[in-house]
Design a protein around this ligand. Structure first.
Ligand SMILES: N=CN[C@@H](CCC(=O)O)C(=O)O
Ligand SMILES: [Zn+2]
Length: 429
């Protein structure tokens, strides 16, 4: 039995209570369900009580002597941040390509010429599983330092069965060993490998007939994703791939309308995908269809920022009734960052979202985007004790003091993993 943790007297404690059933949309995205002078009682990794401090103090007065008490006065407490779209497991980095882009080469051009995703695929194929685990564990540590307690992680730098499995197994092992929880997505359809360009449909057949069944049989992923974009996978190929995933129990997600309008949002709606991600160039009709179908828009403004292009129109999507989540898209090509707080800054200052909405988009709605909202994303009795104590006293302070990491303390599964902005020394990896 571990000691109970009593976090007391937060200036503002954001709960998002009552939002576990379905993602927040429209005006509800701005409803934080905050508690002033809020406290929380944690035992065995689970939230036992959330209320005003006087209520908790009275309720647990006989156990106060046993508890580890953390004073959160003048601080903000939120659910642990959730990142619903990352390419966490990869080897190497792409600084040379960054230089080329700064001089005017486009992201798609570089990929077409055999760089981009292909370059990371070469490096990832060459790396051993142990190397991938070591590099990715370091990224997970840095996620944790930014208050992120759960991430989704895609494969897609293997592009054949052997190396896709290696990437997914690395994610599985990291999930077992590292405090950050990982939800895995198979993305064998990330790009057509250079040596398969002669016959792209043969590669699509391989994804459908060889990779998806084996990934599903081994229980290595919960979701199936595809990069639906001109020059990558067509909407028809994407539909086939995502439908094949559904047959094997993998829920559909899609990289949609990132570079140009290509019918990705419409396809996501017609498949009732869990989420459509990117959406910089999504059509009005596609956004409307997503709202009707309840598809979550996972927006990635760090990618737009790093590719030096306009961000997705988050405001328009929220106003159209689409549930919106935000993510880093952490990857070595288009968004090499782990800073979900900076992504929130961009959501607020660049996409017309309010400070309350960006919090919903990185907690409860992000949890819905990876189908984990039954256990994370809000601070409610019975949920996993994942939370962040921030060095600001008001949720707006996270955006107002932009560009900083305000994470003070992180509790993951009822254990303190970040203290005074540093990782505790006893982390397993
Ligand atoms: N757009 C496709 N995939 C990733 C980028 C991957 C890479 O460049 O390595 C993305 O979501 O941005
Ligand atoms: Zn991505």
């Amino acid at each position: 039995m571990t000691r109970p943790i009593y976090i007391r007297n937060a200036a503002e404690l954001i709960t998002f209570a009552g939002s576990s059933q379905s993602p927040l949309t429209g005006a509800a995205m701005g409803e934080l369900h905050p508690i002033a002078n809020g406290s929380i009682w944690i035992e065995n990794g689970v939230i036992q009580a959330v209320d005003r401090d006087e209520v908790i103090c009275n309720q647990y007065r006989n156990q106060l002597g046993d508890a580890l008490i953390i004073d959160a006065s003048e601080k903000l407490v939120t659910p642990g941040l959730v990142d619903p779209h990352t390419h966490l497991v990869f080897a190497g980095s792409r600084e040379a390509e960054f230089d080329m882009r700064l001089k005017g080469r486009s992201y798609m051009d570089i990929m077409e010429a055999g760089g981009g995703i292909h370059a990371t695929t070469t490096a990832t194929r060459q790396a051993s599983k142990a190397q991938l685990i070591a590099e990715s564990a370091h990224r997970l540590d840095r996620f944790l330092l930014h208050g992120v307690t759960t991430v989704e992680a895609k494969s897609g730098y293997g592009l054949n069965l052997e190396h896709e499995l290696k990437q997914l197994e690395a994610a599985q092992e990291l999930n077992e060993k590292h405090p950050v929880d990982i939800v895995s997505t198979f993305m064998g359809a990330h790009v057509i490998p250079v040596n398969r360009r002669e016959n792209p449909d043969h590669f699509v057949d391989e994804v459908i007939n060889e990779m998806i069944p084996e990934v599903a049989r081994r229980g290595l992923a919960q979701f199936n994703d595809v990069f639906c974009e001109r020059g990558v996978f067509t909407p028809e190929q994407s539909r086939r791939i995502l439908e094949a995933g559904v047959v094997h129990g993998l829920l559909p997600k899609i990289h949609a309308d990132e570079i140009e309008p290509y019918g990705g949002a419409e396809l996501a709606a017609s498949l009732q995908a869990v989420s459509a991600d990117h959406l910089l160039k999504a059509s009005h009709a596609g956004i409307k269809a997503m709202a009707t179908a309840g598809v979550i828009a996972v927006l990635l403004p760090g990618t737009a920022f790093f590719l030096m292009t306009a961000a997705a129109d988050g405001r328009r999507m929220i106003d159209a009734g689409v549930p919106v989540a935000l993510s880093t898209d952490c990857n070595p090509g288009s968004s090499p960052t782990v800073s979900l707080p900076f992504i929130m800054n961009l959501g607020c200052l660049w996409m017309g979202m309010t400070p309350a909405e960006v919090l919903a988009a990185t907690t409860i709605n992000a949890a819905h985007a990876i189908r984990c909202a039954d256990r994370i994303g809000s601070l409610e009795v019975g949920k996993q004790a994942d939370l962040v104590i921030h060095n600001v006293s008001d949720h707006r302070g996270l955006q107002y003091h932009f560009g900083s990491n305000h994470t003070h303390t992180v509790v993951k599964n009822g254990k303190i993993v970040v203290e005074a902005g540093s990782l505790v020394s006893s982390l397993p990896l």
